[in-house]
Design a protein around this ligand. Structure first.
Ligand code: MG
Length: 200
């Protein structure tokens, strides 16, 4: 069996799983009456209203940077920088309200760091996806084997400490889960919706 065959098989399997997940979702929603499924337009509006608060803060913070200050923003990936739960394509589209803020920051000298609970095995496709969508990746932190045994919030906080130890001031930390934002080591946090844990 050649490598090409394996690659094709893996692709076909991935598509099949995605298709099945798409088919399974409505049935699951029907049986789990307690969960409400958010629609795309509502999610985008809710993300935009959070980014409408982030942008003026960043404009001010960037304009008043101290000489030599290395400013950074830390982002979560799934349902923060990418539209993870609203489609099954690869590369995944950017979450546009967040991309607009990220673009403003990177065009004004701010370094963008991405900290995700995604395992290390998908480092390269994730980096490719972010750059394909227009994010300038100064650093991408994925979970290594030993990190998989750690609490997600503690893991993410440790990565922010690492970024600070490289001399950056983290002016904002943007994510959609509480575990993205707890633990300090950022001047300000911006919480996108996760609708009580429905969005990863
Ligand atoms: Mg997330």
């Amino acid at each position: 069996m050649t490598t090409g065959t394996w690659t094709r098989r893996i692709s076909v399997t991935a598509v099949s799983v995605a298709a099945l997940a798409g088919l399974a979702a409505p049935a699951q929603a029907a049986t789990e009456s307690s969960s409400t499924t958010v629609d795309y337009a509502t999610w985008q509006q809710d993300c935009q209203s959070v980014m409408d608060q982030a942008l003026p803060y960043l404009e001010e913070r960037i304009a008043t940077a101290r000489p030599g200050e290395k400013q950074a923003i830390v982002f979560d990936i799934d349902n923060t920088t990418l539209e993870t739960d609203f489609g099954f394509s690869f590369p995944q589209p950017a979450n546009k309200p967040v991309l607009n803020v990220a673009r403003y920051a990177q065009e004004h000298g701010v370094s963008l760091f991405f900290v995700t609970a995604r395992p290390g095995i998908i480092y390269l496709p994730t980096e490719y996806n972010l750059e394909h969508d227009g994010y300038q990746v100064s650093g991408l932190y994925v979970r290594g084997f030993l990190d998989l045994f750690k609490d997600v919030a503690a893991y993410k906080t440790a990565q922010r400490v690492d970024i600070e130890n490289k001399g950056y001031d983290i002016i904002a930390n943007i994510g959609n889960s509480a575990t993205d934002l707890s633990g300090g080591h950022a001047d300000k946090t911006f919480k996108l919706p996760d609708y009580n844990g429905q969005l990863s």
